[in-house]
Design a protein. Structure first.
Length: 308
């Protein structure tokens, strides 16, 4: 339900492979829970947990339907999902992605902070269409869907917080609760407060803070998204053009979330607060998955260890 045609075809192919190859062409009535458990255990030898979970869920849905329509016992009721036996050894090989340094973030900020001006196209101060959008993503370390769905009523300038209550899902173009239901309040960074003020000025509370078409109002532009939400791939292309211009390593939009978290950790913000503002329930998860090293030692670390 709610799946695309491509996903349905992929799931059909997976089920076909399971029943024609992995179960040795047995009749479905002959497949026992022992056969299923053996198949899953063999899968755990060299497959990741995500693959095992997907196959388990697909089999569970299939046998639930099969058993209910034929009034027989569901073999999946006594089958357990094993854990992957793959051991992941994380070794630094010199090419893992690094976070932007403070100096690189400053260069990105100086370039992106200028509002777009069509009359200045071709000149260094013409600005960028989505530059300020990208800076809010970086300094507030938000997911793309969360900033794309940010409404003016969610920006509380009196208390200096962003109320993250929803996210926009680009694939289905639907508005849902944030990932992991991580509704939260995030402090407004001083670097982007003025951008948010400009973006909210003259709007109604239910209007989007950043809206497609509006950012391009200096052009003869017809919005490609009738609901007003910004296209994710367009913002990504803008980010890559900016990075190429500044000579920075290419990052994805989600990498900006890593960069923002790493930036505030280097600044000395307590990790427990960063984890809470990021919408994570576990501080260890934030530090292990989102904090990234840089090639430079931060100035605060140098001052702490070496002295002024």
């Amino acid at each position: 339900l709610g799946q695309t045609d491509t996903t349905i075809l992929a799931d059909k192919d997976t089920l076909k492979q399971i029943f024609t190859a992995d179960f040795a062409k047995k009749n479905v009535y002959e497949i026992t829970s022992d056969d299923i458990q053996k198949y899953l255990n063999d899968l755990a030898e060299d497959k990741s947990n995500s693959i095992i979970k997907k196959r388990f869920c697909m089999l569970r849905m299939f046998f639930k339907y099969f058993a209910s329509t034929r009034h027989i016992f569901n073999e999946m009721d006594v089958t357990c999902m094993p854990k992957s036996k793959i051991k992941r050894d994380y070794v630094y090989l010199g090419y893992e992605k690094l976070a932007y340094t403070d100096e690189e973030i400053r260069r990105l900020y100086d370039y992106c902070k200028k509002p777009f001006d069509k009359t200045r196209i071709g000149k260094p101060d013409c600005g960028t269409v989505y530059g300020r959008f990208l800076l809010v993503m970086l300094y507030e370390y938000l997911r793309f869907g969360e900033i794309a769905e940010l409404r003016c009523r969610d920006v509380d300038f009196k208390h200096n917080i962003l109320k993250i209550r929803r996210q926009f899902v680009s694939k289905t173009r639907a508005v849902r609760a944030p990932k992991y239901n991580s509704m939260r309040d995030v402090p407004i960074a001083q670097e982007v407060r003025a951008f948010l003020v400009d973006a909210c000025t003259g709007k109604e509370p239910d209007d989007l803070v950043f809206q497609t078409g509006e950012l391009n109002k200096n052009r003869n532009y017809i919005p490609s998204a009738p609901d007003g939400h910004i296209r994710e791939h367009v913002v990504l292309l803008t980010l890559h053009r900016i990075e190429d211009h500044l000579g920075l390593a290419r990052h994805t939009l989600h990498d900006l979330r890593h960069d923002g978290i790493s930036y505030y950790v280097r600044k000395g913000v307590p990790c427990v607060d960063i984890s809470r503002f990021a919408g994570h329930k576990d501080v260890a998860f934030t530090m292990q998955r989102y904090f990234r090293m840089t090639e430079q030692i931060s100035e605060s670390t140098m001052r702490l260890i070496v002295g002024d």
